[in-house]
Structure formats: C-alpha cells, structure tokens
Design a protein around this ligand. Structure first.
Ligand code: 9L3
Ligand code: MG
Length: 135
C-alpha cells in the first residue's frame, strides 16, 4: 500500500468573489517563499482528515469545516508530493479567520483569477487546478 502521509486544504472564501487561501512556506530552504495549500503530516494512527484539522489549527489558528475530497486519478485518490509522499486534499471553509503563523512567511486570500500569478510548489499546481473545478 502506498504511503498517505500528508493532508492539505483548498480553503474557499465566503464572499461573492471566488478566492482561495494560499500560504507561502518558510522552510525548507528550497521551498521558501513558494505558495502551498496549507496542511501537513499525518501522525501515526491519526485519521488524515483529523490531521488536517489539527494542522490548520496549528499553522493558521482557525478551525475548518471539511467539504468534499479533491481526488487524484490514482486508486487511493491521493496526490504525489515531494519525497515520494502522498497527499490527501479536501475542499474546506475556515471557521473564523486564518492568520499567518510559524511555518509560513505569508498567508492570504488570493482571488481565483490570480491563482496562476503566484508561484506554487510544483506538486500543488495540478491539485489547485483540479480543486478549482469543484469550487
Ligand atoms: N507538501 C506539499 N504540498 C502541500 C503541503 C501542505 C505539503 N500543500 C509537502 C511538503 C513537505 C511535506 O508535504 O515535503 C510535508 O509537509 P509539511 O508537514 O512540511 O507541511
Ligand atoms: Mg505544513
């Protein structure tokens, strides 16, 4: 079985204009300044969806309500990320307002029409595209 070790959120705004919450990683050095869908590693024994809620609380200081999963075409629906890891992704809505914390240089709402103007970490590019179709 393939390893599922990372979970991330495609967080949508509530306003009339479509927007997505993007966060610029602080580390590692080779990813510094590149935007990602926020999230992080699933701990042993933890459900990926629980891990995602925990990671968003830790990284952005807010709760989220999970929506539908953003499935890849692979059997397990997960996306390949760096280091041979697999990432599960959900649409989500923040409860309260997400804030930049440790781990990110910047974190902000990006208008859907500007999603292609920011530099995403490479594995997140097809995920953002697939997720946006479900927006
Ligand atoms: N990763 C890729 N895209 C993302 C996230 C949240 C994470 N949207 C990759 C980067 C790291 C690994 O997964 O190699 C673990 O992420 P973290 O725990 O360092 O956030
Ligand atoms: Mg993280």
């Amino acid at each position: 079985m393939k390893k599922l070790v990372v979970a991330a959120a495609f967080m949508r705004g509530e306003g009339a204009e479509a927007q997505v919450f993007a966060a610029a990683r602080a580390y590692p050095q080779e990813l510094r300044g590149l935007y990602e869908l926020p999230g992080g590693k699933v701990e042993p024994g933890e459900r990926p969806s629980d891990a995602l809620v925990r990671e968003i609380r830790e990284e952005l200081g807010c709760d989220i309500e999970l929506g539908q999963p953003v499935l890849s075409k692979d059997e397990d629906g997960a996306w390949p990320v760096l280091g041979g890891r697999r990432m599960l992704v959900w649409l989500a809505h923040p409860i309260g307002s997400p804030q930049v914390g440790n781990g990110h240089l910047e974190a902000r709402w990006v208008a859907a029409s500007d999603l292609h103007k920011i530099t995403w970490i490479e594995p997140d590019v097809p995920i953002v595209e697939a997720a946006f179709k479900l927006y």
